[in-house]
Write a protein that binds this ligand. Structure first.
Ligand code: PAF
Length: 288
């Protein structure tokens, strides 16, 4: 695997592939890679001839109280994992390559509505930073397809909306969340969990499953479903176990608006603090 940090080197390599008639898939990351990221690379290989990954810890998506300096940096380990997964090219730009004028003077992409609630409410401007860097990386790599993990469900919807709204010629491939046997979604943030916290963290996914079951039972019995009441019950069990729920809502799977009686494609979105880690997770549910 070749690693490049300059835009010109990236463009030269992609141009050569294009001249050979090859297709290109892209996997953007912030590094500190785990099996979930590698599943994105594996998926990318199914859709294109060449796979480009990037590692860029994007300052624009961190809030003022969020500690970007302590974000884990594991470049050598990441390169080994990407090489083993058959990645063709790794792009590792520095902030001054991506934002040469500095953040304050940088144009940005804002994806309204879908960015507003849930993580967008807890982390103001986060999705502006995500959409801007992903748009910029798309313009640099110019891939045919790009893979994103469904653990960050709202992020996938924001990027999909941006691609549709701005007519970007890129297919977004959402990839299922990779989990530990306990059900805990793999995340770079799990590194902040102590052994005791790691033992209780699976309560989050477990209660999303409980909530999905209650909704399915209600639907199959044609009962009116109290989405808010059931969500509160699930959040209480999670909080009683020692986590602190930031939000837990049942939503329409595409608009992310609060679920209503007529919706059959749902997603339960949740975030909860567990010690120093803010865990996010979700569960998609089709009612038939
Ligand atoms: O999901 C992530 O790791 C980041 O938000 C992304 C998509 C690489 C943009 O910085």
């Amino acid at each position: 695997m070749k690693t490049v940090s300059q835009i010109s080197e990236l463009r030269t390599q992609v141009k050569v592939w294009r001249q050979q008639g090859l297709t290109v898939a892209f996997v953007p990351t912030m590094g500190n890679l785990h099996a979930g990221h590698i599943s994105l690379v594996d998926e990318a290989h199914k859709h294109a001839d060449k796979v480009v990954a990037s590692i860029f810890i994007n300052p624009m998506q961190f809030g003022i109280n969020e500690d970007i300096d302590n974000y884990p940096r594991t470049m050598v380990d990441d390169q080994q994992k990407l090489t083993a997964a058959g990645t063709d090219l790794l792009f590792t730009p520095t902030p001054d390559i991506i934002y040469p004028k500095g953040l304050a003077k940088q144009s940005f992409i804002e994806v309204p509505n879908i960015s507003d609630g849930y993580c967008g409410e807890s982390r103001p401007d986060h999705f502006r930073g995500v959409a801007t860097v992903v748009c910029k990386l798309f313009n640099l790599v110019q891939p045919d397809i790009a893979c994103f993990g469904l653990k960050d469900y709202q992020q996938v919807q924001v990027i999909q909306t941006m691609v549709e709204d701005l007519s970007m010629p890129i297919t977004i491939i959402p990839v299922a969340t990779t989990r530990e046997e306990s059900g805990l979604a793999l995340s770079s943030r799990n590194g902040y969990l102590t052994a005791e916290e790691k033992a209780i963290a699976p309560v989050l996914q477990k209660n999303l499953q409980w909530l999905a079951e209650q909704i399915s039972i209600g639907f199959s019995q044609s009962e009116s479903i109290d989405f808010i009441g059931l969500s509160k019950q699930a959040a209480k069990v999670i909080n009683d176990a020692g986590l602190h729920t930031d939000y837990l809502h049942v939503c329409h799977a595409h608009t992310l608006q609060p679920a209503s009686e007529d919706d059959t494609q749902l997603v339960i979105l949740a975030a909860a603090h567990c010690g120093k880690a803010r865990l996010i997770d979700n569960l998609q549910l089709k009612l038939t």
